[in-house]
Design a protein around this ligand. Structure first.
Ligand SMILES: Nc1ncnc2c1ncn2[C@@H]1O[C@H](COP(=O)(O)OP(=O)(O)OP(=O)(O)O)[C@@H](O)[C@H]1O
Length: 230
């Protein structure tokens, strides 16, 4: 079976041909299969977020190929890149990136706009996810009234609302104590059981030593340690 994600000799240069030019990724070649849970680890600045953002169609490589499913996403127009991002990926960020003055349910539905799906159906999907995360009683609360752990669950529900094939979590435990980190890992296990492919960037041993994680890729100075990871 073909891998779900393939990168071939991906390079990313920020501020190309300027005095502050910076080579953030060099020759990254890796492949990730359907349903894998993969951790990218490495020191701060090693390129983990940059690589996740390119795979997640939030930017384009300077050179190299990134294939997601059958699509060479580095070649897509901006419009199609956005569409692939919205349809294929769910993102969990370390800062939850929630809108604090709107309700839990409204936050969760945001990635669905603008889409032709009916509003009632969208709400139903949101409520199902909230129930899965034990948050069904909080749907009408404003996010700024929630605890950190509850906000995290809202962020996770938002990441899953479009039923993405791939979930990307960038330093998901960075601002959490060990109890909330363990809760997050239990939720990631559930997400993995749902058949999703999960990519996590982290420095946190709690994450990369967790039994859920069967594969760790180490990065340093924009490269995969030990060369490509094919
Ligand atoms: N938009 C940008 N312009 C210029 N340089 C950037 C930009 N984004 C990232 N960089 C640089 O690229 C390098 C890799 O950054 P990246 O965020 O990918 O690392 P990271 O491994 O995720 O780090 P951390 O663990 O601290 O989040 C860093 O040196 C960073 O300063």
């Amino acid at each position: 079976m073909k891998p779900l994600i393939r990168t071939e000799k991906v390079c990313k240069i920020y501020n190309s041909r300027r005095p502050d030019e910076f080579r953030a990724l060099e020759d990254i070649s890796l492949s990730i299969d359907f349903g894998e849970v993969v951790v990218l680890k490495g020191p701060s600045g090693s390129g983990k977020t940059t690589l996740l953002s390119l795979i997640g169609c939030m930017g384009r490589p300077t050179s190299g190929r990134i294939v997601v499913g059958e699509k060479d996403v580095a070649k897509l127009s901006e419009r199609f890149l956005t569409r692939v991002r919205q349809q294929t990926f769910g993102f969990i960020f370390q800062q939850f990136n929630l809108l604090r003055d709107v309700t839990v349910l409204e936050n969760i539905l945001l990635p669905l706009y603008p889409q032709p799906t009916g509003f009632a159906e969208m709400e139903e999907r949101g409520r199902t996810l909230l129930a899965m995360l034990g948050m069904e009683k909080k749907e009408k609360m404003k996010v700024n009234k929630l605890s950190g752990g509850e906000q995290q669950r809202v962020a996770i529900a938002r990441a899953l609302i479009n039923d993405p094939e791939i979930v990307i979590a960038d330093e998901p435990t960075a601002h959490l104590d060990s109890k909330l980190s363990a809760d997050l890992l239990a939720i990631l296990e559930d997400i993995s059981r749902m058949g999703k492919t999960i990519l996590i960037a982290t420095h946190d041993p709690l994450v990369f030593n967790h039994p859920l994680v069967l594969r760790t890729i180490s990065m340093r100075d924009g490269r995969i340690e030990g060369g490509s990871d094919q």
